[in-house]
Design a protein around this ligand. Structure first.
Ligand SMILES: CC(C)(COP(=O)(O)OP(=O)(O)OC[C@H]1O[C@@H](n2cnc3c(N)ncnc32)[C@H](O)[C@@H]1OP(=O)(O)O)[C@@H](O)C(=O)NCCC(=O)NCCS
Length: 179
């Protein structure tokens, strides 16, 4: 029998995959976060709520909003301690969390987003989620591919108002059934 959904527990677990450690994202990660993502405006443009310019203070504010109840965002580390990006889920609507992620430019194309995503999906499943959703801006082929590898299915366009991304935007909505 499946346990009832409880996405509002504090995010205080550390997850591990074959190559990554996932630590709950904290404001203490803000400087490393800003140093890795800040110089990459093309990546920031693919993230609905990410400030640009991304200073350490702006990163701390973004993180702060995702560390409360319902937020399950993780800082990703390699075995040598390198911080490579974040992955996580939160903001559940009707019990369905949204999934988001980014990987620093130097670490892309190595399967890390997919590997971290698998761990996040397993965590959401353990918390009782039965579905997860994601959205991609037009032309984000790498992210579309990550979602497809994780089993997400595109559901069609969705209109969203994202002030940091220029106002009303059309994105592609993706959904994953968590069995
Ligand atoms: C999307 C992102 C997280 C992917 O991270 P990653 O660690 O490189 O992802 P993975 O290595 O797990 O998988 C990437 C896949 O996309 C493919 N890919 C990369 N660029 C591509 C492109 N321009 N067109 C088509 N496929 C592409 C890779 O070949 C790989 O697929 P494969 O395993 O079948 O070869 C990273 O590009 C990123 O941080 N982008 C900016 C932020 C962002 O877009 N976040 C997601 C918002 S929805």
């Amino acid at each position: 029998m499946r346990q009832p959904i409880d996405l509002y527990v504090p995010n205080d677990v550390r997850l591990a995959t074959p190559r990554l450690t996932l630590e709950p994202l904290r404001t203490s990660h803000a400087a490393a976060f800003a140093a890795l993502l800040g110089p990459d405006p093309a990546a920031i443009a693919m993230l609905s709520h990410m400030p640009d310019p991304l200073t350490a203070k702006a990163a701390a504010e973004w993180i702060e909003l995702r560390t409360g109840p319902g937020g399950h965002v993780f800082a990703l580390f390699l075995a040598d301690g390198s911080f490579i990006g974040t992955s996580g889920f939160g903001g559940p609507r009707d019990g369905v969390p949204g999934f988001g992620y980014w990987i620093g430019a130097a670490y892309r194309g190595l399967g890390y987003a997919t590997e971290a995503g698998q761990a996040c999906i397993a965590r959401a499943r353990a918390l009782g989620a039965r579905q997860m959703v994601a959205e991609t801006f037009p032309g984000n082929r790498a992210s579309e591919r990550v979602l497809a590898k994780l089993g997400f299915v595109p559901q069609g366009p969705v209109e969203r108002h994202y002030p940091l991304r220029g106002g009303w935007r059309r994105l592609t909505f993706h959904s994953l059934k968590i069995g």
